[in-house]
Design a protein around this ligand. Sequence first.
Ligand SMILES: *[C@@H]1O[C@H](CO)[C@@H](O)[C@H](O)[C@H]1NC(C)=O
Ligand SMILES: *[C@@H]1O[C@H](CO)[C@@H](O)[C@H](O)[C@H]1NC(C)=O
Length: 526
Amino acid sequence: MTKSLVLLVAALDAITGVSAFFRMECRGRLAMARIDPLVNNNEVGQHVHAIHGSNGFSESSVYKDLRGGDCTSCAAKEDMSAYWTPNMYFQHDDGTFEAVEQIGGMLSYYLFRDPKNNVKAFPEGFQMIAGSNYRRDYPLGDADKPDPPQSNWKAMGQTNQADLEQRALGFNCLDYSKAPEASLFRHFMPTKDYLDQNCPDGIRLELAFPSCWNGKDVDSKDHKSHMAYPDLVQDGNCPEGFDTRLVTLFYEIIWATNDFKGKPGKFVVSNGDPTGFGFHGDFINGWEPDFLQDVVGNCTNPSGEISDCHLLTLQSEAEQNKCKINPPGVLAKENVLGKKLGKQLLKALPGNVPIQAGPQSATPYADGGAGGFFTSLFGGGKPKDTPSSTFSAPTLTYQPGSSSMYPGGGIFLEATTSSTPIPAPVAPSSPSSAPAKPTFKQALAAPSPATTPAPAVASDPNVSYEIVSTQTVTNGAQVQEVVWEEAVKYVTEDVVTTTTVYSGIAGRSEQHRSHLRRHGHGGHRV
Ligand SMILES: *[C@@H]1O[C@H](CO)[C@@H](O)[C@H](O)[C@H]1NC(C)=O
Ligand SMILES: *[C@@H]1O[C@H](CO)[C@@H](O)[C@H](O)[C@H]1NC(C)=O
């Protein structure tokens, strides 16, 4: 039997029965600075972060400070939360660094995922971290391979919190001329060569936060243990003692790694992590809880567009961009960008953070670490990088999104609105190409049922298709249905294969039947 995966996408005008969500756009960035009120409260942060949200944010800010801010770099004025993650650097071959440009700010999805449909708003004072700064390995298995199907995770013993945390990280290779990769498909940073060859539109870092709350603590010492992931990262069941389902936060940030195409060097996260396994993010709630609860209850338009949420007061991108903070003390003058502002390339990562490639855990770095705001930034000298000769990035090659990995989940949005390039359909491969070649087809929202040409592989009359799984995909303002089929090669003659994709049909229960009709007659699998 010859098998190949064929991806068909049918656009839907509307869809019912899926978890609602909206995506908070934060086009503005408050600052790029070594500030981290959760980890380095009231001191200089260890590494640089890209920071978004309320300008009440500071090295010591808490809920009331964020509420007291007078602007937010996000789209809804009511959202005075703070969102921050490490940023990306490029290290040139001569050892110097410069910041990689961030595209479109960031997006923070608010996903209402709860089988009991009882998602709670973040309480006052709520804050949390997702991810582990010092992690440099992937003990879960082979990072080279796509995740096993979610339904197997439990049996494989892969549902403890450390495991789920690793699966909550994504490094999405962006090529807008292709079908998007699934969210959280790749859990490590691809090599420079891989990015150069495959990701002409950069890389999107993704981070899902835990959504199961212990119901009483708004924070914990490690800023993590008051929360837990449900057993499928974003979906599934909460562990015992973490029964309150909060909004699932999901961050997306695009880095223009493509700016460095052809230049020798490597990418490294600001925390000295070239592997990506130590990527993480922070959140401090800045919503008024009763109001956010109303938003959760009302803003259920399947488009996910915040403009469809009439409770929110939206502000323009220009206004979002105006909202800034001034880093305190010595940080005000710290060059965190490298070349971009006409400044010097950096001799080290800001904070003198050493590059630690693992696989052993990174160690806290003394001279690059926390210190007073008025001590010298440059006292530490050159950081000691750990030898990285043993480190070789895994390779997991591009693959369009598949629901066998994230049934009903996965987020495929680009981080730009007006200029969102909708992935163009890939031209069917020539009839002479082998059936083993995956083909991608996409039918954009058509007013009436549209028939797509049979996939190129169907030019082999002995190939038929079987639906393996389906998945909903949000692409820009469109919710789409992805249907995965497996091409099965039959040997008997008189095989007829007709592939029809209907669009514009709402209702999840109908998708399997309505969106794809195939008529295959005769034949047996070989
Ligand atoms: C929708 O918002 C209104 C306030 O505008 C609130 O009274 C109502 O309870 C909300 N609905 C739900 C289902 O949360
Ligand atoms: C299809 O299968 C038949 C019978 O096995 C074979 O004779 C024929 O060559 C096959 N056609 C193609 C295009 O592979």
